[in-house]
Design a protein around this ligand. Structure first.
Ligand code: SF4
Ligand code: SF4
Length: 384
Protein backbone atom coordinates (compact mmCIF):
# COMPACT_ATOMS: atom_id res chain seq x y z
CA UNK A 1 0.00 0.00 0.00
CA UNK A 2 1.28 3.45 -0.89
CA UNK A 3 1.89 6.16 1.72
CA UNK A 4 -0.25 9.30 1.94
CA UNK A 5 2.59 11.45 0.54
CA UNK A 6 2.63 9.25 -2.60
CA UNK A 7 -0.82 10.66 -3.42
CA UNK A 8 0.13 14.32 -3.11
CA UNK A 9 0.30 14.92 -6.88
CA UNK A 10 -2.99 13.08 -7.42
CA UNK A 11 -4.66 15.17 -4.71
CA UNK A 12 -3.50 18.30 -6.51
CA UNK A 13 -5.15 17.19 -9.77
CA UNK A 14 -8.58 17.75 -8.19
CA UNK A 15 -10.10 20.52 -10.32
CA UNK A 16 -12.64 21.37 -7.57
CA UNK A 17 -15.43 20.78 -10.10
CA UNK A 18 -17.65 19.46 -7.31
CA UNK A 19 -19.11 16.57 -9.32
CA UNK A 20 -18.37 14.25 -6.39
CA UNK A 21 -21.02 16.23 -4.48
CA UNK A 22 -23.82 14.92 -6.70
CA UNK A 23 -23.09 11.25 -5.97
CA UNK A 24 -22.00 11.15 -2.33
CA UNK A 25 -24.81 9.57 -0.23
CA UNK A 26 -23.47 11.19 2.95
CA UNK A 27 -23.45 14.65 1.38
CA UNK A 28 -27.05 14.11 0.32
CA UNK A 29 -28.17 13.74 3.93
CA UNK A 30 -25.74 16.12 5.66
CA UNK A 31 -24.99 18.83 3.07
CA UNK A 32 -21.47 19.20 4.53
CA UNK A 33 -18.68 20.20 2.14
CA UNK A 34 -15.95 18.43 4.19
CA UNK A 35 -17.71 15.09 3.50
CA UNK A 36 -17.17 15.00 -0.25
CA UNK A 37 -13.87 14.07 -1.88
CA UNK A 38 -13.01 17.70 -2.66
CA UNK A 39 -13.44 18.65 1.01
CA UNK A 40 -11.52 15.61 2.24
CA UNK A 41 -8.65 16.43 -0.12
CA UNK A 42 -8.31 19.91 1.40
CA UNK A 43 -7.85 18.30 4.81
CA UNK A 44 -5.35 15.78 3.44
CA UNK A 45 -3.31 18.46 1.68
CA UNK A 46 -3.31 20.45 4.93
CA UNK A 47 -1.90 17.37 6.67
CA UNK A 48 0.79 16.88 4.05
CA UNK A 49 1.82 20.53 4.25
CA UNK A 50 2.01 20.26 8.03
CA UNK A 51 -0.71 22.89 8.61
CA UNK A 52 -2.99 20.23 10.14
CA UNK A 53 -2.23 17.37 12.51
CA UNK A 54 -3.22 13.71 12.86
CA UNK A 55 -5.91 14.13 15.50
CA UNK A 56 -9.05 12.28 16.54
CA UNK A 57 -11.15 15.04 14.91
CA UNK A 58 -9.22 14.65 11.69
CA UNK A 59 -9.80 10.89 11.78
CA UNK A 60 -13.51 11.41 12.44
CA UNK A 61 -13.82 13.80 9.48
CA UNK A 62 -12.01 11.45 7.12
CA UNK A 63 -13.85 8.35 8.42
CA UNK A 64 -17.12 9.84 7.21
CA UNK A 65 -17.08 7.64 4.15
CA UNK A 66 -19.09 4.55 3.23
CA UNK A 67 -16.39 3.32 0.82
CA UNK A 68 -19.18 3.09 -1.72
CA UNK A 69 -16.76 4.24 -4.48
CA UNK A 70 -19.45 6.32 -6.16
CA UNK A 71 -17.05 9.30 -6.26
CA UNK A 72 -14.21 7.08 -7.58
CA UNK A 73 -16.34 6.15 -10.59
CA UNK A 74 -17.60 9.67 -11.19
CA UNK A 75 -14.50 11.83 -10.82
CA UNK A 76 -13.41 13.30 -14.19
CA UNK A 77 -9.81 13.41 -12.90
CA UNK A 78 -10.00 9.66 -12.05
CA UNK A 79 -8.95 10.26 -8.44
CA UNK A 80 -9.49 7.19 -6.27
CA UNK A 81 -10.74 8.69 -3.00
CA UNK A 82 -11.27 5.36 -1.23
CA UNK A 83 -7.68 4.25 -1.93
CA UNK A 84 -6.30 7.56 -0.64
CA UNK A 85 -8.42 7.32 2.52
CA UNK A 86 -7.02 3.81 3.17
CA UNK A 87 -3.52 5.28 3.03
CA UNK A 88 -4.54 8.00 5.50
CA UNK A 89 -6.10 5.44 7.86
CA UNK A 90 -2.98 3.32 7.78
CA UNK A 91 -0.76 6.27 8.63
CA UNK A 92 -3.13 7.57 11.31
CA UNK A 93 -3.28 4.13 12.92
CA UNK A 94 0.51 3.87 13.04
CA UNK A 95 0.77 7.38 14.41
CA UNK A 96 -1.88 7.07 17.10
CA UNK A 97 -2.11 3.31 17.81
CA UNK A 98 1.33 1.78 17.37
CA UNK A 99 0.18 -1.41 19.23
CA UNK A 100 -1.75 -4.16 17.45
CA UNK A 101 -5.18 -5.51 18.24
CA UNK A 102 -5.73 -7.73 15.22
CA UNK A 103 -7.94 -10.27 16.91
CA UNK A 104 -10.65 -7.74 17.90
CA UNK A 105 -12.61 -8.18 14.65
CA UNK A 106 -12.59 -11.97 14.93
CA UNK A 107 -13.58 -11.82 18.58
CA UNK A 108 -16.50 -9.49 17.68
CA UNK A 109 -17.72 -11.86 14.94
CA UNK A 110 -17.36 -14.92 17.16
CA UNK A 111 -19.26 -13.24 20.00
CA UNK A 112 -22.04 -12.06 17.66
CA UNK A 113 -22.27 -15.56 16.15
CA UNK A 114 -22.68 -17.02 19.64
CA UNK A 115 -25.49 -14.56 20.43
CA UNK A 116 -27.34 -15.38 17.21
CA UNK A 117 -26.99 -19.12 17.82
CA UNK A 118 -28.33 -18.83 21.37
CA UNK A 119 -31.22 -16.74 20.04
CA UNK A 120 -32.07 -19.50 17.56
CA UNK A 121 -31.63 -22.38 20.02
CA UNK A 122 -33.99 -20.79 22.56
CA UNK A 123 -36.41 -19.76 19.77
CA UNK A 124 -36.72 -16.14 20.90
CA UNK A 125 -38.26 -15.41 17.48
CA UNK A 126 -41.46 -17.02 18.73
CA UNK A 127 -41.60 -14.55 21.61
CA UNK A 128 -40.68 -11.56 19.45
CA UNK A 129 -43.46 -12.44 16.96
CA UNK A 130 -46.03 -12.54 19.73
CA UNK A 131 -44.87 -9.25 21.25
CA UNK A 132 -44.16 -7.43 17.97
CA UNK A 133 -46.35 -4.35 18.45
CA UNK A 134 -45.31 -4.06 22.13
CA UNK A 135 -41.60 -4.19 21.19
CA UNK A 136 -42.05 -1.34 18.68
CA UNK A 137 -42.94 0.96 21.59
CA UNK A 138 -39.35 0.71 22.89
CA UNK A 139 -37.91 2.99 20.17
CA UNK A 140 -34.34 2.27 19.06
CA UNK A 141 -33.92 -0.65 21.45
CA UNK A 142 -37.08 -2.30 20.12
CA UNK A 143 -35.92 -1.70 16.53
CA UNK A 144 -32.58 -3.31 17.33
CA UNK A 145 -34.33 -6.40 18.69
CA UNK A 146 -36.54 -6.62 15.59
CA UNK A 147 -33.45 -6.30 13.38
CA UNK A 148 -31.71 -9.04 15.38
CA UNK A 149 -34.81 -11.19 14.97
CA UNK A 150 -34.97 -10.63 11.20
CA UNK A 151 -31.34 -11.59 10.75
CA UNK A 152 -31.54 -14.68 12.93
CA UNK A 153 -34.51 -16.28 11.21
CA UNK A 154 -33.28 -19.22 9.16
CA UNK A 155 -35.09 -18.98 5.85
CA UNK A 156 -33.33 -21.78 4.01
CA UNK A 157 -32.45 -25.27 5.27
CA UNK A 158 -29.92 -27.64 3.74
CA UNK A 159 -31.43 -30.06 1.19
CA UNK A 160 -28.64 -32.34 -0.08
CA UNK A 161 -29.64 -33.13 -3.67
CA UNK A 162 -27.82 -35.93 -5.44
CA UNK A 163 -26.45 -34.96 -8.85
CA UNK A 164 -23.27 -36.68 -9.97
CA UNK A 165 -22.81 -34.80 -13.25
CA UNK A 166 -19.99 -32.62 -11.84
CA UNK A 167 -19.78 -30.39 -14.91
CA UNK A 168 -18.00 -27.57 -13.04
CA UNK A 169 -15.47 -27.33 -10.24
CA UNK A 170 -16.08 -24.32 -8.01
CA UNK A 171 -14.29 -23.02 -4.90
CA UNK A 172 -16.76 -21.50 -2.43
CA UNK A 173 -15.44 -18.52 -0.46
CA UNK A 174 -17.67 -18.27 2.58
CA UNK A 175 -18.05 -14.75 4.00
CA UNK A 176 -17.81 -14.02 7.75
CA UNK A 177 -21.44 -12.90 8.01
CA UNK A 178 -22.63 -16.20 6.53
CA UNK A 179 -20.16 -18.21 8.60
CA UNK A 180 -20.89 -16.68 11.98
CA UNK A 181 -24.32 -15.10 11.72
CA UNK A 182 -26.55 -16.27 8.87
CA UNK A 183 -26.02 -19.87 7.66
CA UNK A 184 -29.18 -19.57 5.55
CA UNK A 185 -27.25 -17.97 2.66
CA UNK A 186 -24.72 -20.80 2.66
CA UNK A 187 -27.50 -23.41 2.71
CA UNK A 188 -29.14 -21.78 -0.32
CA UNK A 189 -25.86 -21.51 -2.20
CA UNK A 190 -24.88 -25.15 -1.57
CA UNK A 191 -28.40 -26.40 -2.40
CA UNK A 192 -28.38 -24.59 -5.73
CA UNK A 193 -24.85 -25.55 -6.76
CA UNK A 194 -25.40 -29.19 -5.83
CA UNK A 195 -28.65 -29.22 -7.78
CA UNK A 196 -26.74 -28.15 -10.87
CA UNK A 197 -24.12 -30.85 -10.44
CA UNK A 198 -21.30 -28.53 -9.42
CA UNK A 199 -18.31 -29.92 -7.55
CA UNK A 200 -17.98 -27.58 -4.57
CA UNK A 201 -14.61 -27.12 -2.86
CA UNK A 202 -14.86 -25.71 0.66
CA UNK A 203 -11.78 -24.67 2.60
CA UNK A 204 -10.89 -23.04 5.91
CA UNK A 205 -10.71 -19.46 4.65
CA UNK A 206 -10.03 -16.50 6.87
CA UNK A 207 -11.95 -13.21 6.64
CA UNK A 208 -11.43 -11.58 3.22
CA UNK A 209 -9.96 -8.60 5.09
CA UNK A 210 -12.40 -5.86 4.08
CA UNK A 211 -12.58 -4.42 7.57
CA UNK A 212 -8.77 -4.44 7.89
CA UNK A 213 -8.40 -2.82 4.45
CA UNK A 214 -10.74 0.10 5.11
CA UNK A 215 -9.65 0.70 8.68
CA UNK A 216 -5.98 1.03 7.70
CA UNK A 217 -4.73 -2.26 9.19
CA UNK A 218 -2.50 -2.87 6.21
CA UNK A 219 -0.37 -5.59 7.83
CA UNK A 220 -3.41 -7.58 8.89
CA UNK A 221 -4.93 -7.23 5.42
CA UNK A 222 -1.70 -8.51 3.82
CA UNK A 223 -1.64 -11.48 6.21
CA UNK A 224 -5.24 -12.44 5.37
CA UNK A 225 -4.63 -11.88 1.67
CA UNK A 226 -1.62 -14.23 1.62
CA UNK A 227 -3.37 -16.98 3.58
CA UNK A 228 -6.54 -16.87 1.47
CA UNK A 229 -4.62 -16.54 -1.82
CA UNK A 230 -2.70 -19.73 -1.07
CA UNK A 231 -5.99 -21.61 -0.57
CA UNK A 232 -7.58 -20.04 -3.65
CA UNK A 233 -4.68 -20.98 -5.86
CA UNK A 234 -6.18 -24.28 -6.98
CA UNK A 235 -7.36 -25.40 -10.39
CA UNK A 236 -11.10 -24.64 -10.73
CA UNK A 237 -13.63 -23.08 -13.11
CA UNK A 238 -14.89 -20.40 -10.73
CA UNK A 239 -14.40 -18.95 -7.25
CA UNK A 240 -17.86 -18.08 -6.01
CA UNK A 241 -18.78 -15.65 -3.20
CA UNK A 242 -22.03 -15.29 -1.26
CA UNK A 243 -21.24 -11.64 -0.46
CA UNK A 244 -20.52 -8.70 -2.78
CA UNK A 245 -18.08 -7.19 -0.25
CA UNK A 246 -15.97 -10.37 -0.09
CA UNK A 247 -16.01 -10.56 -3.88
CA UNK A 248 -14.71 -7.00 -4.28
CA UNK A 249 -12.06 -7.52 -1.59
CA UNK A 250 -10.79 -10.72 -3.24
CA UNK A 251 -10.49 -8.68 -6.45
CA UNK A 252 -8.29 -6.24 -4.49
CA UNK A 253 -5.81 -9.11 -3.95
CA UNK A 254 -4.96 -8.62 -7.66
CA UNK A 255 -3.86 -12.25 -8.11
CA UNK A 256 -4.03 -14.53 -11.17
CA UNK A 257 -7.27 -16.09 -9.94
CA UNK A 258 -9.11 -12.72 -10.14
CA UNK A 259 -10.68 -13.62 -13.51
CA UNK A 260 -12.37 -16.66 -11.91
CA UNK A 261 -14.15 -14.65 -9.20
CA UNK A 262 -17.91 -14.60 -9.58
CA UNK A 263 -21.02 -13.64 -7.64
CA UNK A 264 -23.38 -16.54 -6.90
CA UNK A 265 -26.34 -14.96 -8.74
CA UNK A 266 -24.23 -14.54 -11.87
CA UNK A 267 -23.08 -18.15 -11.65
CA UNK A 268 -26.60 -19.52 -11.17
CA UNK A 269 -27.74 -17.43 -14.16
CA UNK A 270 -25.06 -19.12 -16.28
CA UNK A 271 -26.19 -22.57 -15.12
CA UNK A 272 -29.91 -22.10 -15.64
CA UNK A 273 -32.29 -19.59 -17.20
CA UNK A 274 -34.88 -18.84 -14.51
CA UNK A 275 -38.23 -17.06 -14.67
CA UNK A 276 -39.78 -15.81 -11.44
CA UNK A 277 -43.22 -14.19 -11.39
CA UNK A 278 -43.41 -12.45 -8.03
CA UNK A 279 -43.02 -8.69 -7.86
CA UNK A 280 -39.50 -7.91 -6.75
CA UNK A 281 -37.16 -4.96 -6.56
CA UNK A 282 -33.37 -5.18 -6.27
CA UNK A 283 -30.75 -3.17 -4.39
CA UNK A 284 -27.34 -3.19 -6.05
CA UNK A 285 -24.57 -3.42 -3.41
CA UNK A 286 -21.84 -0.79 -3.82
CA UNK A 287 -19.33 -3.61 -4.11
CA UNK A 288 -21.02 -4.94 -7.25
CA UNK A 289 -20.90 -1.51 -8.88
CA UNK A 290 -18.37 -2.76 -11.48
CA UNK A 291 -20.97 -5.34 -12.59
CA UNK A 292 -23.93 -2.96 -12.63
CA UNK A 293 -24.97 -3.41 -16.28
CA UNK A 294 -24.56 -7.18 -16.22
CA UNK A 295 -26.45 -7.68 -12.94
CA UNK A 296 -29.27 -5.39 -14.12
CA UNK A 297 -29.58 -7.37 -17.35
CA UNK A 298 -29.69 -10.68 -15.46
CA UNK A 299 -32.29 -9.37 -13.00
CA UNK A 300 -34.52 -8.22 -15.87
CA UNK A 301 -34.11 -11.59 -17.63
CA UNK A 302 -34.85 -13.72 -14.57
CA UNK A 303 -37.58 -11.70 -12.88
CA UNK A 304 -40.60 -11.00 -15.09
CA UNK A 305 -42.11 -8.59 -12.56
CA UNK A 306 -39.00 -6.66 -11.64
CA UNK A 307 -39.59 -3.05 -10.68
CA UNK A 308 -36.55 -0.81 -10.35
CA UNK A 309 -36.57 1.39 -7.25
CA UNK A 310 -35.21 4.95 -7.45
CA UNK A 311 -31.45 5.01 -6.84
CA UNK A 312 -31.25 1.19 -6.84
CA UNK A 313 -27.45 1.51 -7.07
CA UNK A 314 -27.00 3.99 -4.20
CA UNK A 315 -25.51 2.78 -0.88
CA UNK A 316 -27.93 1.40 1.78
CA UNK A 317 -26.04 3.29 4.51
CA UNK A 318 -24.82 0.26 6.48
CA UNK A 319 -21.13 -0.09 5.51
CA UNK A 320 -20.14 -2.23 8.53
CA UNK A 321 -18.32 -0.21 11.18
CA UNK A 322 -19.67 3.05 9.68
CA UNK A 323 -23.15 2.29 11.03
CA UNK A 324 -21.69 1.88 14.54
CA UNK A 325 -19.50 4.96 14.35
CA UNK A 326 -22.08 7.27 12.72
CA UNK A 327 -25.47 5.70 13.54
CA UNK A 328 -27.52 8.86 12.84
CA UNK A 329 -26.14 9.37 9.32
CA UNK A 330 -26.36 5.64 8.57
CA UNK A 331 -30.00 5.68 9.68
CA UNK A 332 -30.87 8.68 7.50
CA UNK A 333 -29.44 6.97 4.39
CA UNK A 334 -31.24 3.68 5.23
CA UNK A 335 -34.52 5.57 5.67
CA UNK A 336 -34.14 7.22 2.26
CA UNK A 337 -33.64 3.75 0.81
CA UNK A 338 -36.76 2.53 2.62
CA UNK A 339 -38.76 5.41 1.08
CA UNK A 340 -37.59 4.38 -2.40
CA UNK A 341 -38.59 0.78 -1.68
CA UNK A 342 -42.01 1.87 -0.45
CA UNK A 343 -42.66 3.69 -3.71
CA UNK A 344 -42.49 0.36 -5.57
CA UNK A 345 -45.21 -2.28 -5.55
CA UNK A 346 -42.65 -5.05 -4.97
CA UNK A 347 -43.36 -7.76 -2.39
CA UNK A 348 -39.68 -8.68 -2.07
CA UNK A 349 -36.49 -6.66 -1.84
CA UNK A 350 -33.53 -8.70 -3.05
CA UNK A 351 -29.84 -7.97 -2.73
CA UNK A 352 -26.47 -9.71 -2.99
CA UNK A 353 -24.66 -8.63 0.15
CA UNK A 354 -25.34 -9.51 3.82
CA UNK A 355 -24.33 -5.99 4.88
CA UNK A 356 -26.96 -4.50 2.54
CA UNK A 357 -29.48 -7.00 3.89
CA UNK A 358 -28.91 -5.47 7.34
CA UNK A 359 -28.97 -1.85 6.06
CA UNK A 360 -32.19 -2.36 4.09
CA UNK A 361 -33.94 -4.25 6.90
CA UNK A 362 -32.92 -1.57 9.41
CA UNK A 363 -34.35 1.23 7.23
CA UNK A 364 -37.63 -0.63 6.66
CA UNK A 365 -38.11 -1.43 10.36
CA UNK A 366 -37.46 2.18 11.33
CA UNK A 367 -39.90 3.46 8.68
CA UNK A 368 -42.49 0.86 9.69
CA UNK A 369 -42.65 -0.58 6.16
CA UNK A 370 -43.53 -4.22 5.82
CA UNK A 371 -41.48 -5.79 3.00
CA UNK A 372 -39.48 -9.01 2.86
CA UNK A 373 -35.75 -8.59 2.38
CA UNK A 374 -33.75 -11.57 1.19
CA UNK A 375 -30.36 -12.37 -0.22
CA UNK A 376 -31.08 -13.16 -3.87
CA UNK A 377 -29.68 -16.71 -3.63
CA UNK A 378 -32.02 -17.42 -0.70
CA UNK A 379 -34.98 -16.21 -2.78
CA UNK A 380 -33.93 -18.41 -5.72
CA UNK A 381 -33.55 -21.49 -3.53
CA UNK A 382 -36.87 -20.96 -1.74
CA UNK A 383 -38.68 -20.54 -5.07
CA UNK A 384 -36.97 -23.32 -7.05
S1 SF4 B 1 -15.17 15.08 -8.87
FE1 SF4 B 1 -12.97 14.70 -8.70
S2 SF4 B 1 -12.01 16.51 -9.64
FE2 SF4 B 1 -14.15 17.07 -9.22
S3 SF4 B 1 -14.07 18.03 -7.17
FE3 SF4 B 1 -14.56 15.86 -6.86
S4 SF4 B 1 -12.56 14.91 -6.50
FE4 SF4 B 1 -12.16 16.92 -7.44
S1 SF4 C 1 -16.78 6.68 -1.31
FE1 SF4 C 1 -18.99 7.17 -1.23
S2 SF4 C 1 -19.34 7.94 0.86
FE2 SF4 C 1 -17.10 7.99 0.50
S3 SF4 C 1 -16.70 10.10 -0.19
FE3 SF4 C 1 -17.01 8.83 -2.04
S4 SF4 C 1 -19.18 8.99 -2.53
FE4 SF4 C 1 -18.93 9.75 -0.42
Amino acid sequence: MKQLKDYEQQLKTCSKCGLCQSVCPIYKVTGKETIISRGKFNLLLGLLKGDLKFTKNMDNALSLCLNCKACDDFCPSSIKTTEILCAFKNQYRKFCFPFKYDSLFFFKMFFLGLLFNLYRVFNFSFLVNKLNSFIKKFGSLGELLLLFDNISRIKVKRKKTKNDTKKLKVIYFEGCFTKYINPSTKNALLNQLEKHGVEIIQKKFDCCGISALYSGKKELFEKLKEKNSELLNEDCNYIVCDCASCLSTLKEYKKDFSSKLIDIFELISILEKKKFNEKITYHLPCHLRDKKKEIKRLIKNNFINYEEMDDFDVCCGFAGDFSLKFPKISEKISQQKAKNIQKTTADYVLTSCPGCFVGLTKGLIHSNINKNVLNIIEYIDINS
